[in-house]
Design a protein around this ligand. Structure first.
Ligand code: PAF
Length: 286
């Protein structure tokens, strides 16, 4: 496994590999790799000759300096994981090399970046697309793997690739769930056992709503109410401080993320709730 620090060297190496006829699978990450990342890497390993993982904690997507400070940085463990999964290139740039100072340029996202997750994290998606656009520029023509767990991020990046004509094929990777249905996330580690029980209501709400839609329900309001009720149902018997506090439970179009008038075709159900001080998100396609 080749570890590269310099953006120019990473760009040259990707170009060189392509000239040798190799296909490249890029897995952008901020490190602290977990099973969800393993899934992305395994899929890239199956589909591409070369797997490149970037590990870079991108300051531009944090609206809170404390969160940036606290973000887990466990590079040695990450490198063990990437090596065990047969990754070829690990790109670990320094912040000043990735974002030369002073920072004069960044991308903006229109309304897609202001709704759902963007509503509670102003500027977050502008920071994400700015770094992802840089990674795409460096990696060049490749497949890039993103988890469906961050569904809004996936939708925004897919739209960016289309609109900016990046030579990148976006590969969405399905959510990994534990036996109870809970979507895997590094944030789950911050939940105690009571809160974990409470967190399961997010996926239960999604599954109940998905069943209702498959059973013929087309009314968006009824489905959204059903999800909100399911999230509330789980609070019985759980201490008040662990109750999920619903942020949103919505039916949206998979591309535009707009709420449809009625459910007539494929939709995405998206939920966000806070359990204790941990904000959780989940979604499902129907
Ligand atoms: O999903 C993430 O880990 C980050 O948002 C990404 C795509 C690596 C950009 O920093």
């Amino acid at each position: 496994m080749n570890r590269i620090f310099s953006p120019e060297e990473f760009q040259a190496e990707c170009e060189n590999l392509r000239l040798q006829g190799k296909t490249i699978g890029l897995v952008p990450t901020m490190g602290a790799l977990h099973d969800g990342h393993r899934q992305l890497i395994k899929m890239a390993r199956d589909q591409c000759n070369i797997v490149a993982v970037s590990i870079f904690v991108n300051e531009l997507q944090f609206d809170n300096p404390v969160d940036l400070e606290k973000y887990p940085r466990i590079i040695d463990k990450d490198l063990e994981i990437t090596s065990s999964l047969g990754v070829d290139l690990v790109f670990t740039p320094e912040p000043d090399d990735m974002h030369p100072r002073p920072i004069l340029f960044h991308l903006e996202v229109d309304h897609l970046g202001d709704i759902l997750e963007g509503a509670s994290r102003p500027g977050h998606f502008a920071g994400v697309v700015t770094v992802v656009a840089k990674l795409f520029t460096l990696a060049g023509r490749c497949r890039a793997y993103f988890g469906e767990k961050d569904f809004q991020q996936l939708a925004i990046i897919s739209r960016m690739v289309e609109e900016m004509h990046f030579p990148i094929e976006i590969v969405p990777v399905p959510i990994v769930r534990d036996a109870s249905g809970l979507a895997l996330s590094s944030r789950n580690l911050r939940l105690n056992s009571e809160q974990l029980k409470s967190a399961r209501s997010l996926s239960r709400a999604l599954f109940a709503a998905s069943d209702a839609i498959r059973g013929g329900e087309k009314d968006v309001m009824k489905i959204e109410d059903l999800m909100a009720r399911e999230l509330g149902r789980e609070i019985n018997g759980i201490a008040k401080s662990n109750q999920p506090v619903l942020d949103y439970a919505l039916v949206v179009d998979s591309h535009t993320l707009a709420e449809p008038e009625q459910i007539d075709g494929p939709v995405r159900l998206v939920v966000a709730a806070r359990v204790g001080d941990v904000r959780l998100i989940d979604n499902i396609g129907v």
